[in-house]
Design a binder for this molecule. Structure first.
Ligand SMILES: [Zn+2]
Length: 174
């Protein structure tokens, strides 16, 4: 039955950061340490869904999405190395160089898994008090290639534990 049309509003904010990684057990060059200028597109909807907007006509102000998600990216992934927890030699190597910043992931840091992590672990925590839900996260690894994670259902069961970046920096402030 489709006897009544309805509108679903969402908004998309783009964010950028730089990070290094390697893909554990990758069969080719992605097994080497390297980095990307990543772009994240995060799509949010009102927690109540539909076309719910505030008195100004917004789902939420774009600046709030930037503020929350970019703050997390800056603190945890920007200028860090993303390493799979099973990749023990990469972990040992990154701990040898100081100052250092790295982030241990529960799976390989592919664009797919990064999108999934942002959708499932990061967005619920940093957006919940804004009354919005992240419905889709795209992680662009290059201008041509992106991976997309999409929430299906209400996402109630998806709250994997959130990790923190490890930052070791003994440099004195000038
Ligand atoms: Zn890569």
């Amino acid at each position: 039955m489709h006897d009544s049309a309805s509108t679903q509003l969402s908004l998309i904010r783009q964010l950028k950061f730089c990070a290094g990684h390697r893909l554990y057990r990758h069969e080719s060059k992605c097994a080497f340490f390297h980095g990307h200028n990543y772009r994240v597109d995060i799509e949010v909807v009102a927690a109540g869904g539909g076309s719910e907007v505030d008195s100004v006509g917004r789902i939420v102000d774009f600046s709030m999405i930037k503020q929350r998600i970019l703050a997390w990216l800056d603190a945890h992934w920007d200028h860090a190395f993303l390493i799979f927890e099973a990749d023990t030699s990469a972990l040992a190597a990154i701990r040898l160089v100081e100052p250092t910043k790295y982030f241990v992931m529960p799976y390989n840091p592919t664009a797919e898994n990064m999108a999934r992590y942002l959708l499932e672990a990061v967005a619920p925590g940093v957006l919940s008090d804004l009354g919005v839900v992240a419905r889709r996260v795209a992680v662009w690894e290059t201008d041509e290639s992106c991976a997309v994670a999409t929430l299906t259902g209400d996402g109630g069961g998806l709250h994997p534990p959130l990790a923190s970046a490890v930052v070791i920096d003994d440099r004195c402030d000038p």
